[in-house]
Design a protein around this ligand. Structure first.
Ligand SMILES: C[S@@+](CC[C@H](N)C(=O)[O-])C[C@H]1O[C@@H](n2cnc3c(N)ncnc32)[C@H](O)[C@@H]1O
Length: 271
């Protein structure tokens, strides 16, 4: 995935995405149980919201290192973190960290994109102290996550079927299967414990607002971008996608708010 190209639209909807994913972040941080004074690695921090949580948890005597592959995300993250957080630019799969070993590692939706996941998780283990815990959140099965599935269906109605889902390709749903997570992490030398949680994402605003977010990032936005690059996107496509997204999110309103059912894996692995 070209995270450099994806950074600009993501950063336009940073606050909206952070709000939508807040329950997952909370579950991640609860499971990670970081402690004051720890040295923590955050993998793929994007715009940096989890770096702030980690900095809070370890306090001024602790240290947080973010490893982010896309410079525009790293720049945004650097702009909002306290002094005991550093953000390195590079690939977490092989980055030569200047550290005597992290006490813990976390990741919010940042570990599903490795070309060779076993090698990447082995490398991450090698830069953690023995007994350190890696805690990460990743999306569960695609069929349980309408945050992806609904916009993808809307786009297919407008543009025709998209590429078939390849569960082995790096991407947001690459670790949807629990057995696969177990296999990969065990092969990389970790001892694995997985909580699969059904929860609701909490985007702010009306179905129109959440539709606007998904016009910017996500499966429908990606199909629109591809059509635009091919010179085939016109206003009627945009209108049809917008209308479909608003209709989809209108069906997910509970008590006046859009609440999107989701299934995530919160994984704790010990080095
Ligand atoms: C889905 S986003 C999640 C961002 C952030 N953690 C959040 O939840 O808002 C995935 C992030 O991981 C970063 N990323 C992807 N592959 C990476 C890798 N191999 N090494 C470091 N960062 C990576 C991307 O640039 C992006 O910022």
């Amino acid at each position: 995935m070209d995270w450099n190209a994806m950074a600009a639209p993501w950063l336009r909807v940073e606050a909206e995405t952070d709000a939508a994913h807040a329950p997952v972040r909370k579950a991640l941080m609860a499971k990670a149980a970081l402690r004051v004074g720890q040295s923590v690695l955050d993998i793929g921090p994007g715009a940096g919201v989890s770096l702030l949580d980690a900095a809070d948890a370890v306090g001024p005597t602790g240290h947080v290192t973010g490893i982010e592959i896309a410079p525009p995300f790293a720049a945004r993250a650097k702009s909002r973190v306290p002094a005991n957080v550093e953000v390195c630019i590079g690939n977490a799969a092989d980055y030569p960290f200047d550290s005597s070993g992290f006490d813990a590692a976390i990741s919010l939706f940042g570990v599903m994109f490795f070309a060779d996941p076993v090698a990447a998780f082995e490398h991450i283990r090698s830069v953690c102290k023995p007994g350190a815990a890696l805690t990460f959140a990743c999306w569960g099965p695609p069929e349980d996550n309408p945050w992806f599935g609904m916009p993808s269906r809307v786009a297919a109605e407008v543009f025709g079927p998209g590429p078939a889902f390849d569960p082995d390709a790096p991407g947001p749903m690459a670790l949807g299967n629990k057995d696969k997570i177990n296999r990969i992490l065990s092969a990389a030398g970790w001892v694995v414990d997985i909580d699969t949680k059904a929860l609701h994402l909490t985007p702010n605003g009306s179905p129109d607002d959440v539709g606007a977010l998904q016009m910017t990032i996500g499966a429908a936005a990606m199909r629109m971008r591809i059509a635009k690059e091919a010179g085939t996107l016109d206003e009627s496509h945009r209108d049809a996608v917008r209308t479909g997204l608003i209709a989809g999110f209108s069906e997910m309103v509970e008590g006046g708010d859009v609440r999107v059912p989701a299934v995530v894996h919160v994984v704790r692995a010990v080095a």
